[in-house]
Design a protein around this ligand. Structure first.
Ligand code: TUI
Length: 316
């Protein structure tokens, strides 16, 4: 299937789909599988120090000769070190999350990297365009993990009208209908996280994957809004306890102490009761664990069928 957009050209990929840079989830094995299947795989800078990510860059180059990217979470204490790795290792594509990437844009662009910040609003998208970024990922609050306030449904068309650089939609996309809808809303590519957790190549614990597969449409909750930006995950003992602390206006230190280390506990140890199972609302749409290639091809085939079917409605 041909699916050319400005982003397939800029990124040098076959399908306009990016795998989100998920902390404690997005390993070289998963990212290489996505890139080898014709999408764009991302390594997750997350809170990891320089030497860990340096090793992952070397590892992914052994697993694929296709383009890949590094996602840098800007509130990581190692963000600056990872920003330098992009230059040192000629990482072709860099995405950023949870903050303002402006201090690093020039050094990345001077090195020829494609720079794509994840943003939560049209205002910040416009600012990123003005700073010379190549594209933006607009992430709606259906997404898992650290989120903004806007839903994908309104965020994507708002950003599409505000900028002229290409737009990637994220948050809530995990089947043909949602993928097709993202393009209708104004995106030229999508970024998906949750559905790639439920892949064979993802190295997260099977309990983490099964929690996503089993989740229904009321199974996630976003908590922490009163302290800083909220975080979405599958409801369990941990986030219901955290929510109770938040409602009781507990000090942030107490909240943070309970949350510390919880994502690793869920993803790596399989503790989906007291660990943080960060995942998006699209968990409700994820029904099974499949190889990455089958996921990507299935998404675009399904989307094509949906678009062709609905086109009949609009062409009566
Ligand atoms: O970053 C994410 N999602 C994440 S990061 C993460 S790790 C974590 N662990 C524990 C607690 C909290 C986080 C898990 N999920 N998504 C991208 C994203 N970026 N969402 C929202 C934003 C964002 C928010 C504000 C980007 C920019 C921004 O402001 C930019 C500015 O100019 O201030």
């Amino acid at each position: 299937m041909m699916f050319k957009t400005r982003l397939t050209e800029i990124l040098g990929i076959e399908y306009p789909i990016i795998q989100g840079g998920m902390a404690w989830v997005a390993s070289p094995k998963l990212a290489a599988a996505v890139s080898n299947a014709g999408g764009l795989g991302l390594l997750a800078g997350s809170g990891a120090p320089r030497d860990v990510i340096e090793a992952e860059i070397k590892e992914i180059r052994k697993l694929t000769d296709k383009p890949f990217g590094l996602n840098i979470m800007l509130h990581s204490p190692y963000a600056k070190d990872l920003a330098e790795l992009v230059v040192e290792y000629d990482v072709p594509i860099v995405t950023t999350g949870a903050g303002d990437p402006r201090p690093y844009i020039k050094m990345w662009k001077d090195n020829g990297a494609v720079v794509i910040p994840v943003i939560p609003s049209a205002r910040i998208a416009k600012r990123m365009e003005e700073c010379g970024c190549d594209a933006v990922v607009a992430e709606g609050c259906e997404a898992g993990g650290h989120i903004g306030e806007m839903n994908t449904m309104v965020l994507i068309p708002s950003v599409a009208e505000a900028i002229s650089i290409p737009l990637i939609a994220a948050g809530g996309i995990a089947n043909g209908r949602t993928l097709a809808a993202a393009f209708m809303l104004g995106a030229e590519a999508v970024q998906c996280g949750t559905i790639f957790v439920a892949s064979e190549e993802c190295e997260s614990h099977i309990n983490f994957k099964n929690a996503i597969v089993e989740a229904q449409d009321n199974c996630t909750v976003a908590i922490g809004r009163t302290y800083k930006d909220p975080v979405r995950g599958i409801k369990n003992e941990l986030n219901l306890k955290l929510q109770a602390l938040e409602m009781a206006a507990a000090p942030f230190e107490e909240y943070e102490k309970l949350a510390a280390g919880s994502l690793r506990r869920a993803s790596k140890e399989g503790d989906v009761v007291t660990g943080s199972v960060m995942a998006g609302q699209s968990s409700a749409l994820v029904k099974d664990i499949r190889p990455v290639k089958a996921i990507i091809e299935g998404l675009f085939e399904e989307a094509k069928a949906v678009v062709n079917e609905k086109a009949k409605l609009f062409n009566q």
